[in-house]
Design a protein around this ligand. Structure first.
Ligand SMILES: Cc1ncc(COP(=O)(O)O)c(C=O)c1O
Length: 504
């Protein structure tokens, strides 16, 4: 006796017109369900389109489209002689599962699971709202010139973009070499440039390329949190080294690890405290590297932006007379972070090593963006853009400092140097919970970073790290007054006497 297939199919196809899922997809899914649970078997004929359409109250074209989906996905076939029927070779998804037991949760994965889960808790980027440190804004971005170049490059170069050298496009390497030498005093030839996907990849490559698992490497404390996790991932023994007014205290680091194999530094603008490494310390660290064979990783992330009429301080790489420094640069700050373009400038003897690393890690970079940035620099837009950013950022920085001083200046003081994209406000009362303060500010729509989150082993300083460059004066004013409100409303016990008395 013929099976009442159409009854089964109707039972499986419950259309939900409010779900937002197209009706043809819903019909196809209903039929797939009937196939998977065995109600329709390989070879079974399907109801004619006309009947199914009238049974479901939909247009014939909708059922037509559903059947077309099922044909494309391999669930059904059609033949002139017999209409539509269930495929004999069903796709794997329609077969009964090989194993009922689902134990993915217990399957062993790498020992870094907790570290990586923690990174997703603690290290996600800030939202693009005031006063996030890095962002984009209509006034301070590479703008229409970059967009036009990108379009042009896109049209012209698609056919040229094949597998290429892992170290990056020659045109971009030449331009990077030129600007790094002009703006940062770097001494190198274009061959020494390795283009990376932002400095994060560049920094990871330095840790993998220069050291072996178990090696002691000095890291700044407080320092760049994203790199602390990476050091652990690379199996290194990070030696968290204190920062004082002159920058990283090398002697203190070496007293903890006399055999340290290298050091990571932000010498032009310490992240996050903002000081420049003193000349004495620069010489000390360069001499140590030269004598001991240790490596210096110089992260020069935002020093193009120096204010007060001062030129950026030259890079450590430019002062090096040996081949001890690996210079790490990025376009995330002066162009935009989503570009994911950065670079290493490495000693000549390491060019093959770092090219090989890039090849094995992710083969090569995205050439479209490399070509566009090379052209943007080549056509002379890059340096005027930086000058323009510097002017806007300096005015906004001054505005932010004045607004904060008015709003909550008696709670602490600013301590950062005159450059970059952030300022640090350190509280007089160091018992304040700056992590809770950051959370409450975010509830008010204001991004900050609590200073203590940059510390690893050393007693954390409590404060707020504030960005300013991507926001208008009125956005800055409103954000600062909301921080002031949170301080007075939720933290009055840690504030100055006057603020406590002003509370209702
Ligand atoms: C110290 C430091 N280095 C580098 C970067 C830039 O990272 P990337 O080039 O991966 O975007 C940042 C960005 O916040 C930073 O703070």
């Amino acid at each position: 006796m013929a099976r009442p297939k159409h009854e089964l199919m109707r039972a499986d196809i419950a259309l939900d017109r409010s779900s937002g899922i197209p009706l043809d997809r819903q019909i196809a899914d209903g039929i797939i369900k009937a196939i998977v649970n065995g109600a329709l078997r390989p070879g079974d004929n399907l109801m004619p389109i006309r009947r199914i359409a009238s049974a479901l109250g939909v247009a014939r074209a909708t059922v037509d489209a559903a059947y077309a989906l099922l044909v494309a996905e391999g669930y059904i076939k059609t033949a002139r002689s017999r209409g539509s029927f269930v495929s004999v070779d069903l796709p794997a998804r329609a077969q009964p599962p090989i194993c009922e037991k689902k134990n993915a949760a217990q399957k062993p994965v790498s020992r870094y699971r907790a570290l990586l889960a923690n990174a997703m808790q603690e290290l996600l980027p800030q939202k693009n709202v005031p006063l996030a440190i890095v962002g984009t804004s209509p006034e301070a971005n590479p703008g229409k010139e970059f967009a036009a170049i990108l379009q042009r490059v896109n049209r012209r170069s698609m056919l040229d973009m094949v597998y290429s050298h892992p170290s990056g496009l020659d045109a971009l390497k030449a331009e990077i070499c030129r600007i790094a030498s002009r703006l940062r005093g770097v001494r190198a030839r274009p061959e020494q440039v390795i283009v990376t996907s932002g400095s994060q990849l560049g920094l990871t490559m330095t840790l993998l390329g220069l050291f072996n698992a178990g090696d002691a490497v000095l890291f700044e404390d407080p320092g760049y949190p994203l790199l602390h996790g990476t050091a652990e991932l690379c199996g290194l023994k990070p030696i968290f080294t204190p920062i004082d007014a002159e920058g990283l205290n090398l002697k203190a680091g070496l007293s903890m690890a006399p055999d340290a194999r290298g050091v990571y530094l932000t010498p032009s603008h310490q992240c996050p405290l903002g000081m420049m490494m003193s000349l004495k310390r620069r010489h000390e660290v360069l001499r140590w590297a030269c004598e001991s064979g240790a490596w210096i990783i110089e992260d020069d992330y935002d020093s193009e932006l120096r204010y007060g009429g001062n030129l950026p301080y030259p890079s450590l790489q430019g002062m090096d007379t040996g081949e001890n420094v690996i210079y790490v640069g990025t376009f995330s700050k002066v162009l935009f972070p989503g570009l994911r373009l950065g670079y290493l400038i490495v000693p000549e003897q390491l060019v093959d090593l770092f090219s090989g690393l890039r090849l094995l890690i992710d083969r090569q970079g995205q050439e479209l963006y490399q070509a566009a940035v090379a052209q943007y620099i080549h056509e002379g837009f890059y340096e005027p853009h930086i000058k323009h950013m510097r002017q806007i950022f300096e005015a906004r920085r001054t505005y932010l400092l004045a607004a904060c001083r008015r709003e909550f200046g008696d709670w602490g003081e600013f301590s950062s140097g005159e450059q970059g994209m952030h300022v640090v406000f350190r509280f007089h009362n160091q018992d304040i919970d700056d992590a809770a303060l950051q959370r409450l500010c975010l509830e008010q729509g204001v991004e900050t970073r609590h200073l203590s989150s940059f510390y690893h082993n050393h007693p954390p300083q409590k404060g707020l790290v504030l960005g300013f460059g991507f926001y208008t004066e009125s956005q800055i004013l409103s954000a600062v007054s909301r921080i002031g409100y949170v301080l007075r409303h939720d933290f009055s016990a840690w504030g100055p006497q006057e603020s406590a008395r002003q509370e209702p």
